[in-house]
Design a protein around this ligand. Structure first.
Ligand code: PAF
Length: 257
């Protein structure tokens, strides 16, 4: 049976008691779960004795308060889904539980986070790294699972864990896509039907052999507002707006690029 845990003390008692010798897989989320999250959760269920999923819409990683307001939430549906997947524990903290210091202390990285999402969304990665470190310190999992759709986030978390000698394995999982190629994201539900039709063009063009400049021009021509198309560390990354909705994606670069 799925058990909901709300405080760090309640989890710590389990982790140091009944669950002391278990392998623990951890999937941090901001809720609004979709098939991308389900693939991370299924992998954790396969690889660990116990799986913990956290749901926390982390305010410190939203540089735009309107984006935080608009962020979709569906806690009851999420809990029902997690129960149906037979997840062992759901960690459901409030702000005070994760931020007893009101964000006085934070984790900052200065190189990987200076480009792409980091330069377009000031403070975003400080918020992500700080909340992930707090969650990992509370849950103390053996492994933690992150989607490759947020590849820059994955790189930063992998390097944070290495740099701070944190005893957890960070596992990247492939991006899950709709049949037309659009990377699944909780934000996709905010797209208008017309923009939803257009959205897969980002993935199609990133996967093409065109140059980054040509891709930018093509996207703008179709009504996207392009933030960046960049090659970095063997992958091609893109961020665009359709209306107010920000979409990001990335693909591995192969010999044809
Ligand atoms: O990828 C996300 O959903 C969030 O950035 C994370 C890792 C749960 C931290 O809030």
């Amino acid at each position: 049976m799925t058990q909901v845990i709300k405080t760090s003390e309640a989890w710590r008692a389990l982790r140091t008691g009944d669950l002391k010798d278990h392998s623990i897989g951890f999937v941090p989320t901001m809720g609004s779960l979709h098939a991308g999250h389900v693939s991370l959760i299924k992998r954790s269920l396969q690889e660990n004795a116990i799986t913990v999923v956290s749901i926390f819409v982390n305010p410190t990683q939203f540089n735009d308060p309107k984006d935080l307001e608009r962020y979709p939430r569906k806690d009851e549906e999420d809990l029902a889904l997690l129960r149906s997947l037979q997840v062992d524990y759901v960690f459901f903290p409030d702000y005070k539980t994760l931020y007893p210091d009101d964000y006085q202390f934070r984790v900052t990285e200065s190189i990987i986070s200076s480009i792409m999402e980091g330069s377009s969304r000031p403070g975003h990665f400080d918020g992500v790294l700080t909340v992930v470190m707090r969650l990992l310190n509370i849950i103390q999992p053996s492994r933690s699972y992150f989607g490759e759709k947020d590849y820059q986030q994955y790189l930063l978390i992998r390097e944070m864990v290495r740099s701070f000698f944190m005893p957890v394995e960070i596992i990247p999982c492939p991006t899950v896509r709709d049949a037309d190629g659009l990377a699944l994201s909780s934000r996709n539900v905010l797209l208008t039907p017309e923009d939803r039709q257009k959205a897969p063009m980002l993935f199609r063009l990133l996967s093409s052999t065109q140059s980054t400049d040509a891709i930018m021009i093509e996207l703008e021509r179709h009504g996207f507002h392009v933030d960046y198309i960049i090659d970095y560390e063997g992958r091609r990354f893109g961020a665009v707006y359709l209306g107010k909705v920000r979409l990001i994606d990335n693909v591995p670069l192969n010999e044809t690029h």
